[in-house]
Design a protein around this ligand. Sequence first.
Ligand code: AMP
Length: 397
Amino acid sequence: MNILVINCGSSSLKYQLIDSTSEAVLAKGLCERIGIDGSVLTHTPAGKDKVKIETPMPNHTVAVKLVIDALTDANHGVIKSLDEISAVGHRVVHGGEKFATSVVIDDAVMKAIEECNDLAPLHNPANLIGINSCKEIMPNVPMVAVFDTAFHQTMPEKAYLYGLPYEYYEKYKVRRYGFHGTSHDYVSAKAAELLGKTREDLKIIVCHLGNGGSISAVDHGKCVDTSMGLTPLEGLIMGTRSGDIDPAICDFICQKEGLTPAEMNNVLNKKSGVLGLSKVSSDFRDIEAAANEGNKLARVTLDAFYYRVAKYVGAYTAAMNGVDVIAFTAGVGENNISGRVEICKYFGYLGTEIDEEKNNIRGEERIISKDGSKVTLMCIPTNEELAIARQTLALVK
Ligand code: AMP
């Protein structure tokens, strides 16, 4: 069976066609600038060169149609017809408290996702557009929603409630939800597999460090805490997001700079993080290069980022009363060799030590701590698309 995995943004649509038997990616691609001038589809069939198709995409339905055309094209296609797509798995960012697992999409599910729009106004409406467009083009193909928040729904109240008037939770469901759940789920399961154990026997901390970053505590297979909150703004210092700050800073800056709350929100989401702090870039490679050339602000930005990661690992070690595995994943976690070394310098008290030789890898699944280490350190490339395909298959089989 072939599963089409769709990750739809407001003006973009990423896809992968995965053969569920071999778990091979048959083709992948990206539609960009949907609804604006200069729309382009970049399609990469496995083992072949990228194809760039520049053609107007006034809406997502046109984009989905072009994706299907590319997948079935005589030259760069990988299947003969639409009939070879057995199901579609959609990444949906926010499932609120309504979804603790993935679900087959029907009208009631669509309505429930829409009811979560308030909680993720930039993401959920775009996800719904993607689902509707796929339904239009593939009316008879089953669709599954896989939520970024679902894996974290096992968090206990003490972890997900904020110290705010309880009525905001009652009225508006203001609480911690967490994101990157598909990745935390996939990586924690992989970590156990790498140790030859089941996740139910382990206390695992997953550090998903990408442009967006979050950490989760997975205690005997269940997420008990995670660093992102009501929105993906909380927690680590990220590419452009501030992560944790004193909430009073917002009003202070609004008054000093004459900003509206919406403008402040934009600063916190788009102009802060390592970009705002370093004044260099949101990309960790650029900041590392600048730091290596003697840029002091770039150096302190990296230090602040590593320090925040280490603090969360400490907090989650306490939350679980111990830790067996600390796993690094996503762009920075998988590729930043010196970053992992810097972060792990804080973990001596846990009786673990990074093995610099084993750690000298990018994007590879490997144990990177010294033999006999009390806590095992790992690098595990995440694969959210494969996780979505697996969950989709499990539900439609
Ligand atoms: P992601 O959001 O998971 O795609 O991660 C993107 C981030 O990973 C970017 O900030 C990149 O700079 C970072 N990244 C990718 N490769 C490396 C690398 N070799 N060293 C440091 N950071 C990297």
